[in-house]
Design a binder for this molecule. Structure first.
Ligand SMILES: Cc1ncc(C[n+]2csc(CCOP(=O)(O)OP(=O)(O)O)c2C)c(N)n1
Ligand SMILES: [Mg+2]
Length: 545
């Protein structure tokens, strides 16, 4: 058999249900022969974002796979892989390579050389017989340890070469790393001793599917919980102990509790310094439990550290904490939840005029508020985009179920959200999958709305069109005044209709809810929808100095 066919058979054995790709790559044809659904995008980057969401939404239980051609396809894919690396998403990338005769000779693009720093495993296969070994290594790495992209580059002549029909391949295992019991004991003692503990959950909780344990520990300790953007939806934000999620913009209650904490316990998070994550106030005691020791003592100093799977760590902590509390809660719950509720009320009261504003152009906050109160939040998966949309939505959207919000931003490529919503819809066809983005973001990846139409991936795309890069207005004052450098134009409702989807432009506050209802109905019929809300150039965010 040909190597490309062997790769497809291995994908099948690894449980891969769809291959997202862009031609020419012989694995696409071979996958179709194996009844693996092939999904062809309009550009590589978006296909990688889709694969990324498949992995995220399944906690890495289903691995997103993307294949593209050598040279241009591979070059154009770089952003998608880099974004998955930045946000630690496990995907398998299968680029073609130049024929062995020209491989690694300038100016031919080498995946092996160029993807080293945006993958955790990057291999080039020279010998046809090495394919099963290379795929075994890649799948073992992508399913274990810290989630991140892996890549196997296969030169086109290797793809066409023969390999024995009876090659051996056993699906790779998933292993969980348990924390050191002594470190857990020390950490449990500190958690119980703390007076004003805040729990900060990262996406490690999603990958470990440890949502129940997170909630149990928080309730045992009667401690408030926040999440990173990537961890958003790991804890129900309607829970009385929720502080909402951390990002560039945050709730007043989160700001208050972090600043008054005597111990911050990060679980399944990296504590990476980033503009798109809430900064830990200086001088706080930090306990850091995470899978990859690479993150420990990286950007913040950990007073206590535990390395291991978030689920196993939480299991062990729950047992230790129960032991210490001896079935007697400390009676803090009432006071803590009252403090949260009071602050939340004050904060929402302050924002309510924006969230319910009746002006045209529309307040983007009003659009989001109406969206959240019109859709079935528990059965919706939503993601933001780079720019104002992220900072507008993340503090106010309250997920109740795990993996219903895809948060991101360790690197923040405009246009990422569309592919994420499409990948989420592939993985969870019964959920309403939504991306909320701006008119700069749609400029990057908008053409792939056509992929949603053609491949029958009925997402709802919510566009905040303010005819501007509003978030850049403050830093581009002269360029805007002299050359209108932050202006953008376009009619995206017409664009969506031209591509075969449902498109509506909404300008009046009273039309927001009916338009959302119509669009959701369209997605149920199988038609992707794009709602273009004409919004003001808002520059206010829920930020605290
Ligand atoms: C690929 C890429 N280039 C540049 C940026 C920097 N950037 C972040 S937001 C933004 C403008 C966002 O404008 P828009 O999407 O219209 O949202 P708005 O702030 O207007 O609501 C820019 C240029 C980025 N995040 N990604
Ligand atoms: Mg804009």
């Amino acid at each position: 058999m040909k190597v490309a066919n062997a790769v497809a058979k291995i994908l099948k054995k690894e449980g891969v249900e769809f291959l997202i790709g862009y031609p020419v790559n012989q694995i696409i044809e071979a996958a179709a022969e194996e009844d693996i659904r092939t999904i062809i995008v309009r550009q590589e980057r978006v296909g990688l974002h889709m694969a990324d969401a498949v992995s995220r939404i399944s906690s890495g239980q289903r691995i997103g796979v993307f294949a593209m051609q050598h040279g241009p396809g591979t070059e154009n894919a770089f952003g998608g892989v880099a974004q998955a690396f930045g946000d630690s998403v496990p995907i398998v990338v299968l680029p073609g390579g130049y024929p062995r005769k020209q491989l690694n000779i300038t100016p031919n693009f080498s995946s092996l050389l160029n993807f080293q720093h945006v993958t955790k495993w990057c291999e080039q296969v020279i010998l046809p017989d090495s394919i099963p070994d290379a795929m075994r290594r890649a799948f073992t790495q992508v399913k274990n340890g810290r989630p991140r992209p892996v890549l196997v580059e296969i030169p086109v002549d290797v793809m066409r070469a023969d390999i024995a029909d009876d090659f051996a391949y056993t699906p790779t295992p998933r292993l969980r790393m348990a924390p050191d019991p002594r470190a857990v004991t020390e950490l449990a003692a500190a958690l119980v001793a703390a007076n004003r503990l805040v729990i900060y959950a990262g996406q490690g909780v999603h990958y470990a599917r440890a949502w129940t344990q997170l909630r149990e520990l928080a309730e045992l300790l009667e401690a408030p919980v926040t999440t990173s953007l990537q961890g958003k939806s790991a804890f129900p934000e309607t829970h009385p102990l929720s502080l909402g999620s951390g990002g560039r913009s945050i709730s007043k209650q989160l700001h208050h509790f972090l600043n008054n904490a005597d111990l911050i316990f990060g679980i399944g998070c990296s504590f990476t310094t980033t503009n798109y994550g809430v900064a830990m106030p200086k001088g706080k005691r930090i306990a850091h439990a995470t899978l990859d020791p690479l993150d420990i003592n990286k950007d913040i100093v950990a007073d206590l550290a535990v390395a291991g799977d978030a689920g196993l760590t939480l299991d062990a902590l729950i047992a230790e904490v129960k032991d210490r509390l001896k079935g007697k809660p400390r009676g803090r719950l009432g006071a803590v939840t009252r403090e949260i509720a009071t602050l939340k009320q004050e904060w929402l009261a302050q924002w309510m005029p924006r969230l319910t504003q009746k002006t045209s152009p529309l307040s983007p906050y009003r659009v989001l508020w109406d969206l959240m109160h019109t859709v079935d939040v528990a059965n919706t998966i939503i993601t933001h985009d780079a720019g104002s949309p992220r900072d507008q939505i993340s503090p106010f959207w309250e997920p109740t179920e795990p993996l219903t919000y895809i948060g991101w931003g360790k690197t923040t490529q405009l246009g990422y959200g569309l592919g994420l919503a499409m990948g989420a819809k592939l993985a969870q066809p019964d959920k309403l999958c939504v991306n909320f983005w701006g008119d700069a973001a749609i400029g990057f990846t908008g053409m792939d709305f056509e992929t949603a139409v053609r491949e029958r991936i009925p997402i709802l795309s919510v566009l905040s069109n303010n005819f501007s890069m509003a978030i850049e207005l403050k830093v581009m004052k002269t360029a805007t005044a002299k050359y209108r450098s932050t202006d953008i134009s376009g009619n995206y409702a017409e664009f969506a209709r031209a591509l075969g989807g449902h498109g509506e432009r909404v300008t009046e506050p009273d039309d927001i809810v009916p338009a959302i209802r119509r669009a959701v109905a369209k997605t149920r019929e199988g038609t992707p929808a794009l709602l273009e809300f004409i919004t003001e150039k808002a520059e206010d965010f829920s930020m605290f100095a």
